[in-house]
Design a binder for this molecule. Structure first.
Ligand code: OXD
Ligand code: MN
Length: 581
């Protein structure tokens, strides 16, 4: 009797017609062979092995460099269950349309069976997925990003309890590219893209879109959040989860290095992109990082902005769409030491600093093992997870949103998450820098109707005996001249310290119509070039701006109709009333 997995592999092979089938065990030998084959075919380019041991460069198709949200679908039986936040196709239509593209799509290629675990190998909160793919780059990346191979097969046994992800590069044409999710069947089909978020199916597709759907059914949370622990000089460690949209600094915050002035503090990294959070036996919220690696944005990363990640990516890492120096080392805009006199750009073309184009693609990436990170938390693989005391919701906003403020309670905290908006970045194709609503940083990743998602968040508050405190943060406030008001990066620890003090009941705050705002002296600015006037601007509540925001929020919420919980609507009405009063 074939196992459910064997049966599915047979079915897929009969449809896609691969030349070979390879079951991946995740071993070093297997990985080595894959890398050698990719070097032979030009899929990978070897980097300088002295400076970057076991590091390779991959150049993706120039039309395939970011997540393509307009080609991403959530296919629930009822359209309204996918909600206005998702593109929708009926499951039967998706199977017919996208299934046709898979017919014979692996001809002449190897079909890789990639079993993987999302989460620590023995955690009760972990889940199993299997990705079938014809891309060896995807296999090598999944080996970094997940617990891939034999451990997953052993945990799965003959069970059918796994998420089925089918991926093929197809012909890489954007006209024949689809990323479709069938959350009710726990199935993902992705064709026509080799780009991370579209092709590494454990990440956005499973851990967030299918994950959030499962989480609602089963009473937990799958979120686009980093997880970090702040250890204070006293030895007390407090864990924080934080949601920021793509390319807004989650990786940097998760690996923050305390500045000289904050000696004695230590930030521990548990995760930098995704958190799965369950109610623990003690009624607190416990988080695991389902991933085993970081798939981070390269441009802007350097020894000042994120020394921990720079140390992490120096070995065993894949680089995608960065530039290549004559020394065989990677280069991207913002790297230490400035641009090289010449290089080869992300498309393989000769480049100099004078030819007016970027050397690395703005969404170029590194894929690197989490265990190599100098700040990785000793708890990062704890099967129980870590207890979360605070949740931060942040975005990239030049105006309106103060540096930090706190919600009045859980329900108001859910409202603060639901009203997040941020300026768009290069992580998804489309215009960069326009403010878009992105509740909980989950707009591109919520696998069901976002109105129901807000309702699920409210329900979670009822399950928790000790819910985390909820905060909004914004490191990106600008002066009218366009200058950043807050130094950011390591100095963000000063804001985290206020968050910790609030969590532990050690500091007061001013109650304003939008929530609890710090008294300006309560955020330590000693040694910073942040004047009291700038601090006041950073913490100001702009009444007129908020009245306008509340009106925009009302419009946004209207689209969810009956799926929007009445409490969220009421929170917006209460905000409006408080602003008027
Ligand atoms: C990512 C993203 O790759 O959010 O993490 O786009
Ligand atoms: Mn992300």
């Amino acid at each position: 009797m074939p196992t459910p997995l064997e049966h599915w592999v047979d079915q897929v092979a009969a449809h896609t017609h691969p030349k070979h089938i390879q079951w991946c065990d995740g071993s070093d030998t297997e990985n080595q062979r894959l890398i050698e084959r990719m070097l032979e075919t030009g899929t990978l380019i070897e980097l300088n092995q002295k400076e970057y041991p076991a590091c390779y460069l991959h150049r993706s198709d120039p039309t395939d460099v970011a997540r393509t949200e307009h080609l991403t679908f959530v296919c629930t039986v009822r359209k309204e269950d996918a909600g206005p936040n998702n593109n929708w196709m009926a499951p039967a239509d998706a199977k017919e349309k996208v299934g046709a593209l898979f017919a014979g799509s692996m001809k002449g290629r190897t079909l890789y069976v990639v079993p993987y675990i999302m989460g620590p190998v023995t955690s009760p909160y972990s889940q199993i997925g299997v990705e079938i793919t014809d891309s060896p780059y995807v296999v090598a990346s999944m080996r970094i990003m997940t617990r891939m191979g034999q451990a997953a097969l052993d945990r799965l046994g003959a069970s059918d309890n796994f998420v089925k992800g089918l991926h093929s590069l197809g012909d890489l044409s954007p006209d024949r590219r689809f990323i479709v999710h069938l959350p009710e069947e726990r199935v993902i089909w992705s064709i026509g893209s080799g780009y991370g978020g579209n092709a590494l199916l454990g990440k956005k597709c499973f851990a967030l879109r299918i994950g959030s759907f499962m989480a609602r059914q089963e009473g937990w949370l799958a979120e686009h959040m980093l997880i970090l622990g702040v250890e204070e000089p006293s030895g007390r460690t407090t864990y924080i989860a934080a949601a920021f949209p793509s390319a807004c600094g989650k990786t940097n915050l998760a690996m923050l290095v305390p500045p000289e002035s904050e000696k004695g503090y230590k930030v521990w990294t548990v995760g930098e992109d995704i958190a799965w959070m369950h109610t623990g036996p003690d009624g607190r919220l416990w988080a695991i990082n389902p991933e085993a690696g970081f798939f981070g944005v390269a441009p802007g990363t350097n020894w000042h902005t994120n020394p921990n990640v720079m140390a992490t990516i120096a070995k065993n890492s894949l680089y995608t769409n960065v530039a290549l120096t004559p020394r065989g080392t990677p280069y991207w805009e913002g790297m230490d030491g400035g641009p090289p006199a010449e290089a080869v750009d992300w498309q393989g073309k000769p480049w100099t600093p004078h030819n007016g184009v970027k050397a690395a693609h703005p969404n170029s990436r590194f894929t690197t093992p989490a265990r190599q990170c100098p700040s990785i938390s000793p708890q990062w693989e704890n099967p129980k997870g870590v207890p979360i005391s605070a949740i931060l919701f942040g975005g990239r906003r030049a105006s309106l949103i103060p540096l930090v403020y706190q919600s009045l309670n859980w329900q108001h905290g859910v409202f603060l998450g639901a009203t997040m908006a941020s300026e768009t970045t290069a992580a998804a194709t489309g215009k960069v820098g326009v403010v878009r609503r992105d509740p909980m940083a989950m707009l591109p990743f919520c696998g069901y109707n976002m109105g129901d998602y807000f309702g699920h968040w409210l329900d979670m508050g009822r399950r928790l005996q000790q819910a985390p405190q909820v905060f909004r943060v914004n490191w990106f406030r600008q002066s009218p001249e366009g200058k950043f008001l807050w130094p950011g990066f390591g100095e963000n620890l000063r804001v985290l310290r206020w968050v910790l003090a609030r969590v532990h009941g050690e500091v007061g705050a001013a109650e304003t119509p939008i929530g609890y705002v710090p008294h300006s002296n309560d955020i330590d600015t000693s040694g910073l070039e942040v004047s009291p006037a700038v601090m006041q601007a950073l913490l100001a509540v702009d009444h007129d701006g908020w009245v306008e925001a509340a009106a925009g929020q009302r419009k946004f919420f209207e689209q969810f109709g009956e799926h929007l919980p009445r409490q969220i609507w009421q929170e917006n009405e209460t905000l409006t009333r408080r602003l008027r009063g």
